[in-house]
Design a protein around this ligand. Sequence first.
Ligand SMILES: [Zn+2]
Length: 155
Amino acid sequence: MTGKLTPPAARTRLGLEMTAAVAPNSLQLQCCEQCTTVQYPPREVCRCCLSGDLTWRAVEPAGTVMASSALHHCLDPWFEQRAPWLMGSVKLDCGPLVLAHLAAEVTAAGSPVWVFSLKDASGQAVLIAISQSLALDQAQIRAQQLILSDLQEMT
Ligand SMILES: [Zn+2]
């Protein structure tokens, strides 16, 4: 029983833009309209050419887990009740290194994953990595199931 706890919802203005860009079954990240560089974390100007012409759009969701960590203790009550919580860094094939929640089956470095941007139980954007042992459409369903299970725990 988790009561009315929610994951941390505080976001920067750019974090709120990331939430607004969430679209079903995709990974939405900022892309530079001048040089096409995919950006992460969200930023004001392109990390490559410094253009301010950045647009949120669906990017290739494939990547590889670089490192993972299981959080066994957290000061935030929502995460504390769900420990151990799996997090990892994922090198996306489209360029950036992102931080994502990991599905239980993708903790090993080198694991190929699909990464999706979804809204968590606080209504804010998070990234979730799912094993590429699932086809892309099945991985999309698994990511939605993980998010929905957190939402159901809140009722
Ligand atoms: Zn650029």
